[in-house]
Design a binder for this molecule. Sequence first.
Ligand SMILES: [Fe+2]
Ligand SMILES: [Fe+2]
Length: 351
Amino acid sequence: MRKSKITASAQISILTVDDDPIITSTIKDYFARSGYDVDIENNPVTAIERVRNGQYDIMLLDFLMSPICGDQVVEEIRKFNKDLYIILLTGHKSMAPPIKTIRHLDIQGYYEKDDRFDQLELLIESCVKSIKQLRTIREYQDDMSRAYMQTIEILRYVVETRDSETRGHSERVSKLGAAIAQEMDLASDQIVMIRTAGLFHDIGKIGVPDSILLKNGPLTDEEYQQIKKHPADGEKILSTYSPFRDLLRIVREHHERVDGRGYPDGLAGDQICIGARVIAVADSFDAMVSNRKYRKGLGMDRALDELIRCKGGQFDETVVDAMLAMVERIGRDVFESSYFRNETLIGDVNI
Ligand SMILES: [Fe+2]
Ligand SMILES: [Fe+2]
């Protein structure tokens, strides 16, 4: 019985904070005997820093201390750490914080100091149980995420391997989209979303038959209808994974046009999400400058002219302007030579 308890508590680390060193060392000795890993801190201000820099699961925190009291320590810690289990230790009743204060604090338990620690031990055991459950759930979620991401990556490679001409297309769209988004000063989480959406925007092409995808000539109306399904199919594929929720709209809307003549929904202007308006420009630019069996890619200058010509029709004006500003800032030559080597176009977005 004792043994299993030791293994159960072995990976849990506790920080005990009290300005009275006798109390902290008594607690350390007691709980070390039960197999817990206990650190001591006698200065409440330093305790906050130790939580910030260390890996603690549980904190046993005295209430009445100087220079700051336990409630202030909790308040500071909660600004950067919501996971730590905190048990507030109070002196005898007359010195305990009012119940209102305890209710207001984000703590998991409170304990009136006593010579015997069995009550406290029970409290800690229930914290340990919750911590372990939480860890198991997180590990499971991580495994699921990894497995899902691998599957999606495989699908992406399948799409690009089937069509050797478009190999590298998604990576380039992803990087260029992020670079444009950065030039537009979009929020960093939006830039990351656009970068991810770029990688997966054509994943719905997995459902387009080879006879159409690889066709070496003009498409019939019916074949074109098939191709036009890929944004909605892509949305469907990615919708089964909740972390992708935010980029579904970008995938669905990446062939919409600001004049409302795009597909699948015929949205216009800012009915189309900003991410999709950015990806549309990056996507078309990459298609224009890439070589195809039946035509050589347009040069950089002609492709840029084409973007300008289609401003306000196919493309969002602000997005095109941002792309042009970015290219001019980098220099057309540098941009052109780094583009197909698939180099990072921007410095501070990690892409
Ligand atoms: Fe597409
Ligand atoms: Fe594309």
